[in-house]
Design a protein around this ligand. Structure first.
Ligand SMILES: CC(C)(COP(=O)(O)OP(=O)(O)OC[C@H]1O[C@@H](n2cnc3c(N)ncnc32)[C@H](O)[C@@H]1OP(=O)(O)O)[C@@H](O)C(=O)NCCC(=O)NCCS
Length: 270
């Protein structure tokens, strides 16, 4: 297909995304794993082999994450991973259920996007330029972007929304993917967020509205009942927008394990 190889972000992020595409071909039948368009990830705490499997996938892929990981085990697991010479960082794991759907509907009833913007849901018909422009804008906001096939809704059920101005330039993004393995017990959830806004357009509630639109679409058209996001502690703009959308802190964290030769400081995404 003509957009088979659309990858975005830094060289290291692109390497991980390409390896993930191939690793998923091998691991899709295993409910310990999910593919979220960035990488093959672990579904929470997979039991006694957790550390060995995290380390193995991180070495193979260059990076790996685990969502729904119990907060009270995070310190011990991070320390064990670091002893193996890998880097480990954590995100606070936020989730919204029906409250998020209701909050999102409330936001859409109250606010409107600025008149100069149009919202597009990426699909196989979207031009390569539009996909690349949205990906570049999101990457400039330090958010790791999914592969083009995933953003176009091809490899995983889900949606990617972009707001574009009258010149066609990308202004803001939001997404959600129903990526958790069908046998993981988590498959009603979406890995949601991707909230970005170009710096010169911040403060206009654009990301808030796009986030709300994505929640309503995922709930109504895709049966999503949990909206999950990993947020770096202290990312106040992100926390503010998520909380306004009813996506709130949980007792889980997201763990990110990286090969320190590829990711300086261990950081994958905001
Ligand atoms: C997160 C981000 C999209 C927010 O964009 P924004 O244009 O500031 O947000 P909005 O205008 O949609 O704001 C929505 C609400 O959040 C509030 N908010 C934004 N930044 C805030 C901050 N630093 N502290 C408290 N509230 C904040 C706004 O005041 C607004 O609330 P209001 O309705 O009461 O006025 C933007 O900062 C961004 O692109 N950041 C970099 C990428 C990133 O970190 N994304 C999140 C990844 S998890």
């Amino acid at each position: 297909m003509r957009f088979k190889d659309e990858f975005f972000g830094s060289e290291a992020q692109i390497t991980v995304s390409k390896r993930a595409r191939d690793l998923w071909t091998l691991s899709a039948g295993d409910p310990r794993f999910s593919y979220n368009g960035r990488m093959v990830a672990l579904n929470g705490d997979i039991g006694p082999e957790m550390i060995d499997v995290l380390a193995a996938v991180a070495r193979l892929q260059g990076a790996v994450t685990s969502h729904f990981f119990p907060e009270d085990q995070a310190k011990k697991t991070s320390a064990a991973i670091e002893e193996l010479g890998l880097s480990c960082n954590r995100w606070e794991f936020y989730r919204g259920q029906k409250t998020a759907y209701e909050a999102a509907k409330g936001i859409l009833a109250k606010y409107q996007l600025p008149d100069d913007l149009t919202v597009e849901r990426l699909s196989p018909e979207t031009s390569a330029k539009k996909v690349a422009d949205l990906a570049t804008m999101a990457a400039d906001c330090e958010v790791m972007v999914m592969s083009g096939r995933v953003m176009r809704g091809l490899d995983i059920e889900g949606i990617t929304l972009g707001a574009y101005d009258q010149s066609g330039a990308a202004v803001s993004s939001a997404w959600g993917y129903k990526c958790y393995h069908p046998e993981s017990g988590l498959s009603e959830n979406a890995f949601w967020g991707g909230l970005t806004c170009r710096e010169d357009r911040r403060g206009q509630k654009i990301a808030l509205i796009l986030g709300a639109m994505s929640i309503v679409m995922l709930w109504e058209d895709h049966g999503v009942r949990g909206f999950c996001a990993g947020i770096t502690a202290g990312n106040m703009p992100s926390i503010a927008v998520c909380e306004k959308l009813g996506v709130l802190p949980t007792d889980w964290v997201g763990l990110g394990v990286t090969d320190p030769n590829m990711f300086e400081g261990g950081r994958l995404t905001k």
